[in-house]
Each structure stands twice: as structure tokens, then as C-alpha cells.
Design a protein around this ligand. Structure first.
Ligand SMILES: [Zn+2]
Length: 310
């Protein structure tokens, strides 16, 4: 009898590891357990990635060089947002052509607009029309810190298993953003005040200008969907000549042609202005480049602006 109990015991011991492996989730099951999060822009996607790290799957729809103002969701984008557990988007009419889809989706699942994290008095109104709010809020790092706090809290609420991890990472990422904010403030202030004028193809840097005390002018309005004409070029040329501006800046997703016309116009009036470099305003850089993160994108802009205007 005793012998029989011993055999039973040995069999049980042998079974333990087997039972344990059976209880452990397979790689596929682990993947399914992870939340699938979709962000519209790379800047939002990058914040989410910094917070969730490998505890959730994150994708963003608008890749490098994409113009968000004219962006139309593809079928594969729509599949992604339908599959998503959580969706983050900018709002403020940035994703103009996707707004309806996102609003409808919000009735069925957690869909959050960064817009909701920003106090009204921080928003840059272009005129009294509600559709004319400048959407480029990510270019003021202080506003983006508020957005990060908001994203971190929503993620913690929606994925309670990882809430502490998400809150800890949110705090760490915000510390990095605070350092970035200070760095931009300090370095822009080293450009002599009369040379602190930033001219770009479209008016993306209004929040940047306000936050870091640099005058900003765009050939086109806040959306690339607005038209510009000869009058706009002539006015900008006169402004550059009058202020003796040294450099203008192109943007990754906009053709250089419009600003080349400005450069040539200045030349005809006897003033030399150069294209000071390419700024990353509305999308991250390609994967593997220094601009493939939000922080990298702003650091790259800072370097280009300070070296061209100083
Ligand atoms: Zn823009």
C-alpha cells in the first residue's frame, strides 16, 4: 500500500511541470491579451509607445512625410481602428477627412481626442470661426506634456492590469519632455531677438512661436488645404527683404517649390535668403532616423532653426 502511494506521489510530481506549462499562456494567447491601440499621428503614437512599451500593441496611421490635413483613411486604416481596443487622435480638425469615422466609433469603444486635454485659453484661434483653431498643438512641448498626462491616465483606466506600469512610464516620459521644453527655451533665446523670425511653407509653428518667443510666418494658412497666391508670395518677399531675414524653412511633406518662389523673389529685390533646412512639423521622420520620435523631431528642428538664424 505504502509502495502504491509512493508511485502515485512520483506520478503527481512528474505531472506538475506539465500542468504548469498547460496553465501558462502561449505566445499567441499573450498577444491576444495585449491591448491593441491605434493613434492617428506618429506624435501621438510615440507618446503611447513610451507609456505602454511592450505591454500593448501600438500602431499609428499617418507615416513619415504624410500630410495630416489632406489625409484620407485607407481600407486598412479603417480595419485597424475597427480592431482597436483604444483609439487616440489629435482633434481640432487635424484629421479632417477622418472625423466622421472617429465620431461614430466613439459610440462603441474608447476613442480619445488630445483636444480634450487642452485648456481653451491655450488654443490658438485663427479667427472667430470654430473651425479655425490651429491644430498643431504638439509643437508646444508644454501642451504636449498635458497631452501625455491625459493619454497616460486613459491608458491606465482602460488597462487596469498595467495601470501602475503606465503611470510610472508617463512620469518618466514627462520628465524627458520637461527637459526638452527647457532646452528649446534656452537655445531659442540665444538667437538675437531681431533675427528670431521663422518662415515656413505652411503656418504650423504658431504654438512653437508662442511658447518659445519666436515670430512665425507661413506662406500657407494652418492647413495645407488652403490656397495661396501671388499676393501671398509678394507680401512674404517684402517682409523678408524689410526684416533682412537670412533663412526660410521647408517642411518634410510640402513641396519646396512655393518657398523657392519666395527665395527667387527676394533675389530679384537684391536680398539673399537661403532655405535653412527641412523642419519636421506634421509627421515623424522615417524609422531609424533621428527624427523617428517626437523628441527627436523637435531636437532636429531646434538644431536647424538655431544654426540657420543665429
Ligand atoms: Zn500642418
Amino acid at each position: 500500500m505504502k509502495h502504491f502511494t509512493l508511485i502515485k506521489y512520483i506520478c503527481y510530481l512528474a505531472l506538475v511541470p506539465f500542468l504548469l506549462t498547460q496553465c501558462r499562456p502561449t505566445e499567441d494567447e499573450k498577444k491576444k491579451e495585449k491591448h491593441y491601440i491605434v493613434a492617428t499621428t506618429g506624435m501621438i503614437g510615440d507618446v503611447v509607445k513610451n507609456i505602454v512599451q511592450d505591454r500593448a500593441e501600438v500602431v499609428f496611421l499617418m507615416g513619415p512625410g504624410v500630410d495630416p490635413h489632406l489625409y484620407k483613411a485607407t481600407k486598412s486604416d479603417l480595419d485597424k481602428v475597427r480592431r482597436a481596443d483604444i483609439v487616440f487622435f489629435n482633434g481640432l480638425h487635424l484629421e479632417a477627412k477622418m472625423a466622421d469615422v472617429l465620431t461614430k466609433l466613439a459610440e462603441k469603444k474608447p476613442v480619445y481626442a488630445i483636444e480634450a486635454s487642452i485648456a481653451k485659453d491655450k488654443l490658438r484661434m485663427m479667427d472667430n470661426d470654430a473651425n479655425s483653431i490651429d491644430p498643431h498643438v504638439w509643437l508646444d512641448v508644454e501642451i504636449w506634456i498635458g497631452a501625455t498626462q491625459y493619454i497616460g491616465e486613459k491608458l491606465a483606466q482602460q488597462d487596469s492590469t498595467n495601470a501602475d506600469f503606465y503611470r510610472k512610464n508617463t512620469k518618466i516620459y514627462i520628465e524627458k519632455l520637461q527637459q526638452l521644453h527647457q532646452k528649446i527655451k534656452t537655445e531659442i533665446s540665444t538667437i538675437p531677438k531681431e533675427r528670431r523670425i521663422l518662415i515656413t511653407a505652411h503656418d504650423a509653428l504658431g504654438y512653437f512661436g508662442k511658447a518659445y518667443d519666436i515670430e512665425v510666418k507661413g506662406l500657407q494658412g494652418i492647413s495645407t488645404a488652403t490656397e495661396f497666391g501671388l499676393k501671398d508670395i509678394t507680401e512674404l518677399v517684402d517682409f523678408i527683404v524689410k526684416k533682412k531675414i537670412k533663412a526660410v524653412f521647408v517642411e518634410t511633406f510640402i513641396s519646396q517649390k512655393s518657398l523657392e518662389a519666395v527665395v527667387n523673389g527676394c533675389k530679384e529685390k537684391g536680398h539673399t535668403v537661403v532655405i535653412g533646412g527641412t523642419l519636421f512639423t506634421d509627421a515623424l521622420g522615417s524609422k531609424g532616423t533621428p527624427q523617428d520620435s517626437y523628441i527627436g523631431m523637435l531636437e532636429s528642428n531646434l538644431k536647424i532653426i538655431t544654426s540657420a538664424l543665429k
